[in-house]
Design a protein around this ligand. Sequence first.
Ligand code: CTP
Ligand code: MG
Length: 236
Amino acid sequence: MSAAMLPPFWVLIPAAGVGSRMRADRPKQYLELAGKTILEHSLACFLEHPQLRGLVVSLAGDDPYWPTLACAGDPRIERAAGGRERADSVLGGLQRLTELGAEERDWVLVHDAARPNLARDDLDRLLAELAGDPVGGLLAVPARDTLKRAGADGRVRETVDRAPIWQAYTPQMFRLGQLYRALSDALVAGVAVTDEASAIEWAGLAPRLIEGRADNLKVTRPEDLDWVRRHWARKD
Ligand code: CTP
Ligand code: MG
């Protein structure tokens, strides 16, 4: 499908986390990867897309790194205030998108700042598959390993059927108004939401799973960054 046939969309990048599991000297989205920061790589796939309407990055209030990046001067990118939890950062970003002219029914793609290896094919497939969907959905990867349920004693209680289990990736694509209401209602209710889809599920809707590439991984621990560096070195 040609890019012009794909629906227009807005992008929101929550980038206000501290990266505690990475144990680096700065938040992981600002670590270097192939001559740029991880965050700049995470933005790149969207900035090259003709259907992009605008992009918001949610940042911590005291973030000294963002202003040093070349993309901080890009007129298509706006900042929003991040919050204590990821869901707070996403809500702040959705508010900012509304100020920028995004409307209730517009598609918003939320993508982790620490996911630098999103392929254009995956992005386009997500957009194409969900363009006419009443709910929206997310890129996801079917579980590959044999799964075990543990008991409190740390021993295997049972082997779990892997077939219906997926790992939730990003981008996650929902309508602005629906996502905003689901997230804010979930927060008011005290429900812990770790991704956008779980807020939509909590609201009683069923997001669609769109199979994506497993190498669109989130950099969480030091070995993940080592893996992406090696993966890119092999690709070149
Ligand atoms: N995030 C955010 N605001 C928060 C927490 C997280 O915008 N209050 C963002 C992160 O910057 C990241 C994405 O949400 O882009 C996914 O979160 P995660 O991988 O958990 O990142 P961190 O919270 O930074 O890492 P950790 O949990 O290891 O501290
Ligand atoms: Mg976190």
